[in-house]
Design a protein around this ligand. Structure first.
Ligand code: AMP
Length: 177
């Protein structure tokens, strides 16, 4: 369990930006966390700590803020690091999945050779909102045969109930709203 003091040192640096990127959204700006190397280091350590004993082979980071936390978490867990990106960004052969947004659909891609069947996978992002992005990522990882051991996010917007879409998985968040 993360100490309250350590979690507070991160939460104090998450900035609310109302009406960004559109009216009615309160954007959780993590750039002040990134500006403070102690807060960034604590975030990464705490996001990795619940998954230390799960023999994680691969950490999957979700574009784009998931990359910032995912790569150092992979280092701590001695795992490889894999990117999940928006369509058209990955250069090699990809697997793709589309998912519902509030208005319309979006898609995510992964390199088809990035996860071997049976490898233990941890999925990382900065924030869990409705859970659509994380659910789509779980689908990609499962289609490649990865064994999803959990999801680790810095921030969880509990009022959006994203966790419900992920109820078969071990979801860990550090700061909740
Ligand atoms: P969702 O698919 O609704 O769970 O949205 C998660 C993705 O959208 C994450 O990659 C977040 O970075 C981003 N996101 C959604 N809502 C917010 C918010 N209020 N503040 C910052 N990022 C957000």
């Amino acid at each position: 369990m993360a100490s309250k003091k350590r979690v507070d040192s991160i939460a104090d640096r998450i900035r609310d930006v109302p009406d960004f990127p559109k009216k009615g959204i309160v954007f959780k700006d993590i750039t002040p966390v990134l500006s403070d190397i102690n807060a960034l280091r604590t975030s990464v350590e705490e996001m990795a700590s619940s998954f230390m004993d799960l023999e994680i082979d691969v950490v999957v980071g979700i574009e784009s803020r998931g990359f910032i936390f995912g790569a150092p978490i992979a280092d701590i867990l001695d795992a490889s690091f894999v990117l999940v990106r928006k369509p058209g960004k990955l250069p090699w052969k990809t697997k793709s999945v589309s998912y519902e947004l509030e208005y319309g659909t979006d898609a995510l891609e992964i390199h088809e050779d990035s996860i071997a069947k049976g490898q233990n996978v941890l999925i990382v992002d900065d924030l869990l909102a409705t859970g659509g992005t994380a659910e789509a990522t779980c689908k990609l990882v499962s289609e490649l045969g990865g064994n999803i051991k959990g999801l680790s996010v810095l921030i969880e917007l509990e009022f959006l109930s994203g966790r419900k879409k992920l109820n078969q998985y071990n979801v860990h968040s550090l700061v909740q709203y």
